[in-house]
Design a binder for this molecule. Sequence first.
Ligand code: SF4
Length: 252
Amino acid sequence: MHERLCAVYGCPIPYFADLDPLSELISSLLSHRTKNRDSARAFRELRARFADWPAVRDAPTDEVESAIRACTWPEQKAPRIQEVLRRIGERRGGDLSLDFLGELPVPEARAWLEALPGVGPKTSAAVLIFSRLRRAALPVDSHHHRVAARLGLIPANVAVGPAHALLEAQLPPDWDAQQVYDNHEALMLHGQRCCFHFDPACGRCPVLDLCPTGQARAAVGAGTPHAEGEAPRDREGIGPAPNLAGIKERHD
Ligand code: SF4
């Protein structure tokens, strides 16, 4: 499945970001349940209004909330971000850099991050692999999760959080960060461009013969092929991107 999807979506897929790990963490916290363009606006505004992360930590919370009002629930995210910054400083003797995570084994680095308030397996993996640390940690977003469940890689009733460990355990242990990143991106892009939430285009899916959901749908005559570039009933509003520039899309 990985090889076929990689062939379609063009692995190795370029990394979409090159933030330091603390900035990636703040970006990830802003992105929870938020459209990518809105969380990106909030992140840009936060960086524009404050000189550095200590300044965000020490600012009046309503000023932080105002800076991030482009994202969802700024009234919750502003105090959460400040609390996360405070906790990092307490645990690191005042140092807010997370670069040290690059020296830890991935499971230890993830555990360190997940001890922070509001940080779960998706965020910890995102910090390690999307930041310039480039560690081999697998994030699972809603597209990735949906496609994996339909393909039978995880039971349909497993939520996104616990799906992380199940899916990561299926990856070859010698895969490097680029291969792990490609796996996530390929499944995510497949969810955006073919395996739509409400009406997957099984008829043009490159892994149809491997997919129990697609096979079941074919047996009852569902899964009509959509034309390439068409995503008419994807109610998440995430249609196929015209080219790989679209991989900058990120989702919860
Ligand atoms: S066959 Fe259909 S359900 Fe299965 S992965 Fe492809 S688009 Fe999704």
